[in-house]
Design a protein around this ligand. Sequence first.
Ligand code: PGA
Ligand code: ZN
Length: 430
Amino acid sequence: MNAITSLTGRRVWDSRGRPTVEVEVHSGPHTGRAIAPAGASTGSAEAVERRDGGSAFGGRDVRQAVANVDRLIAPALVGLCVDDQQAIDAAIEALDPSPSLATVGANAAVAASLACLHAAAATRGEPLWQSLRGSDDGDVVIPLPEIQIFGGGAHAGRRIDIQDLMVMAPGAASFAEALDWTAEIYRAAGAGRTGSAGVADEGGWWPDFAANEDAIETLAAAVGAAGFVLGRDVVLSLDIAASEFWHDGRYRLALEDRDISTDEMIELVSRWCRDYSIASVEDPLGEHDVDGMRAFTAAMGDRVQVIGDDLYVTNAARVADLADAATAVLVKVNQAGTVTRTRAALDAARANGLGAVVSARSGESEDVSIVHLAVGWGAAQFKVGSITRGERTAKWNEMLRVEESLGRRARFAGWQPLHRPATTSVGGPS
Ligand code: PGA
Ligand code: ZN
């Protein structure tokens, strides 16, 4: 048995310049390390990270969470078998009276859980994705990337209401080609912008638009300008993150200074899907508007992927209970708090016929664990933000390395997780 010999916390920095938790685990000569990510548009039922409060860093320091790693988690895990992830995660959960992990801190928990996973792979001398997949030497699915071109919502000072305007390139022959195409689209979308326009939290262009639909139209035009055919080569995808602007049962589109009902929201997003070759929509309705999510899925789910993020918060029980409210689950490790809980949410998605998109957070680091979870667990989609900024490119580039290392065993997911749009067009609606 390879026992955990030491485990320590470290305070490091995330992509928003906020402190976060790193954990380093040793099993004899083998090491594993992981850094907790952090969301901005969080779901209310997520595992809860521990932040210090007070004035430093806007109350977001993590000294207590780091101390909890050393004071609580380390004594509970040292001596356990590093290969037994379920026992490790059960020991972490047992430290906290709350399922939300608020006392220990989901940031401390997730970094510790992932660091152990890395250390276990190190003891086997395997890349983490391989260690998760086991000895099977068949084809390996390389997920379709969902890549942000414009950022909005909570990631861009609420400059527009929609949070993520993204592209997917299912017509590409490989993950590497999908990145090539996306980089051309990113460049086309940025053409003519003034130097001061900058980027949003996940690296997408700052959204300088007068109406939400203008952003979608500009994105569709950029696909055409880059030489791709919408609906054939590339499709658009949105994360509306509608929980962020759902108030008193209405959707407040601040940019357009209007309030709309659930039915009007469903009608609006459905029209966008039809007009702009949108193949995937995340959180089109708010997390508490479950009937709205159900109605949207009933109306559009046979032609558009409907992803639940705030709705499911990577929670297996919520996925099973609300399986008719979307067609796919966003999978974020820190929403769950441990690797075992994350895997359970993915298994619940599969058991209920839902797709799965392994996702980063808006606050990230150079940590590439999720690349390995996505490949090792056979997820067909992967969402990491834009194709700029090191915390994003760290993950895209790691996926390139995995794809290259597989040679002919790599099978790019392409269209497999999506419905093909009925119509194609060059650069948007006619
Ligand atoms: P978050 O945003 O990490 O700020 O929650 C990502 C998402 O909503 O998918
Ligand atoms: Zn989301």
